[in-house]
Design a protein around this ligand. Sequence first.
Ligand SMILES: C[S@@+](CC[C@H](N)C(=O)[O-])C[C@H]1O[C@@H](n2cnc3c(N)ncnc32)[C@H](O)[C@@H]1O
Length: 276
Amino acid sequence: MALISNWQDLTSSRAVRELLERYGLRADKRFGQNFLVEAGYLQRIVAAVGFKPGERVYEVGPGLGTLTRALAEAGAKVTAVEMDRRLEPVHAETLAHLPVEVIWGDALEFDWRSIPPGSLFAGNLPYNIATPLITKLLLSRRFRCIVVLVQKEVALRMVAAPGTPEYGVLSLRIQHHSQARRLFDLPPGVFLPPPKVTSSLVRLEPNANPDDPELFRLIEAAFAQRRKTLSNALKAAEYPPQAVTAALVQMGLPPQIRGEALSLEQFRTLHSLLPR
Ligand SMILES: C[S@@+](CC[C@H](N)C(=O)[O-])C[C@H]1O[C@@H](n2cnc3c(N)ncnc32)[C@H](O)[C@@H]1O
């Protein structure tokens, strides 16, 4: 049986099945393990990161090391955070002699503020941690580019415009901290095992905006009860109703407007008009 000697060796279902079998492993659902097994998509992900030769890329969830290896063979140094320790002996084969450092642990617990500003990120993210992880990456303010493979439904929420069903707190969080683009979709069949849903690649270019907890308290209150008017939703969260009404008038917005109709800019204005 051939050992893994380049990244293409990891890009077929058969090779990945053999590799798992050889190490007595099964993809573990609890860790969101769906391994990417299609070379063309991997190349497009590597290209989307846009690193210079020798630059470091931070990755979460290297899994068998497929994307990790593709990044390293394309000239990146990689620091990857992986939670599933069972993969350690696999990496000894798949990532041998490459400029890759693996940190074992939960990516949600990792101190992303400890890495240099202007860093790059790439990851085929486990579905269950995608949203909190992306939020943490943005709040760290350490990245100039973040490329993530997520469920299409999450990608649509990330890039949604006001007034659409997908628009919500995540869309506004992403917009506050970055410019986001959904680059392309990946069908379930390019993963092993195939997930139930389509995935999408999203590229974020973070800006320098710090967190604004008070603005996001307002936004969360506005979306806590989506079907209510903005005024009622904010009243329920104990914002002073008269001040909200006056602010809406000043902004030229109808009293019955719902939170989902407001852009980030409008939420910022509303926030500035309400008493602290
Ligand atoms: C969707 S797989 C991606 C594997 C590989 N990068 C690929 O593209 O084939 C997600 C990976 O994240 C790892 N993982 C799950 N939860 C994690 C966590 N909280 N912190 C770090 N890694 C995690 C899983 O063990 C798995 O290797």
